[in-house]
Design a protein around this ligand. Structure first.
Ligand code: ASP
Length: 324
């Protein structure tokens, strides 16, 4: 027994030393719970580059996609709580509890919250062959094609899914949802004409809009964006959908039980990364706003996510959408 206690004490001491030395030269993996090449992946890869500098070690991105981010999120909930596997997720973190009846984790109690990263507007885009060239023409086209329109999304509770639900209810029309593991594959199908419409984050759509590879109908912010590639895009409210506003946030999380010293180091690294001029410039060029205030504090972010869970729960329950 004595030996066991001594062993536990030595092991604990060894782990404390380890926590102080974190991260050392060991790589840190950031799990992105959506497909590679999509909007959350873009944020993770840009943030990963900035974190490599601030934390002084390699940052690797792992795309574990599917089921509206719940598969990748579960992977991090189960990971060793040592700071070497983190999760970058978005608003899905707050919609999953109401949408999925059998989640293998609890978003509020199975994670350590590290802080909020950014806010990203969304855009409504269409396949290049869609005859409508602006929102007014889109409204006419929707009216003429009721029952035949496909709307892509990245799974239940993904930003594209929520935005699509709001859009259908604002337009009082039902469209056929087409789920993907992320909006990267959804945009490929939009480009190929397999789906008609997609509501997606600007971190994914900006380059396609700029290159005029898709039809762009509107931005979901209250005011027009200042990003050069997006500044001519009208807001949905300007086009007649009063109050249609969607902004998506991203946050960084670690498995529950990660040592406080490790969490502090990652949070400090995150704060520095969010001030990295290269990261800020890239995100601004894609219409995103990087968090510079207290929302990057773990406690603030946790409070915010709890308020988002409380906000989305009743909306989702009223809409009657859920997955078993
Ligand atoms: N975040 C998702 C992705 O990266 C898209 C979405 O939420 O709609 O693909």
């Amino acid at each position: 027994m004595k030996n066991l206690i001594a062993f536990a004490a030595i092991a604990a001491a060894a782990f404390c030393v380890h926590a102080q030395d974190f991260p050392g030269s060991k790589p840190i993996t950031i799990v992105v719970p959506f497909a590679a090449g999509g909007p959350t992946d873009r944020v993770a890869r840009d943030l990963g580059e900035a974190l490599q500098k601030s934390l002084g070690t390699t940052v690797v991105i792992d795309n574990t996609a599917g089921a509206g981010s719940s598969i990748g999120t579960a992977k991090v909930a189960r990971a060793a709580p040592d700071g070497y596997m983190l999760l970058l997720n978005h608003i899905g973190m707050s919609t999953m509890p109401a949408l999925y009846r059998k989640l293998p984790f609890n978003v509020e109690t199975d994670f350590e919250y590290l802080g909020m990263v950014n806010e990203v507007p969304m855009t409504l885009i269409g396949r290049p062959t869609l005859p409508a060239n602006n929102f007014k023409e889109l409204t006419t086209w929707i009216g003429e094609n009721k029952g035949k329109i496909n709307l892509g999304n990245a799974g239940l509770g993904a930003a594209s899914h929520l935005c699509g639900l709001l859009f259908q209810s604002a337009m009082k029309v039902e469209m056929t949802p087409v789920p993907y593991k992320g909006t990267a594959p959804a945009i490929s199908d939009l480009l190929g004409g397999q789906i008609d419409l997609l509501c997606d984050q600007t971190t994914n759509t900006t380059s396609f809009i700029e290159a005029k590879k898709v039809k762009a109908y509107g931005v979901t912010t209250a005011k027009r964006l200042s990003t050069p590639a997006l500044k001519d895009l009208p807001t949905m409210a300007e086009s007649g959908l009063k109050g249609f506003e969607v902004s998506i946030w991203h946050g960084l999380y670690a498995p529950k039980g990660t040592p406080p010293a490790v969490l502090t180091k990652i949070n400090e690294g995150l704060k520095t990364a969010l001030k990295d001029p290269g990261f800020v410039k890239k995100q601004e060029g894609l219409g995103a706003v990087v968090v510079t205030d207290d929302r990057v504090q773990p406690a603030q972010h946790k409070k915010f996510v709890a308020s988002e869970i409380a906000k989305w729960g009743p909306i989702i329950k009223a809409a009657g959408v859920y997955a078993d």
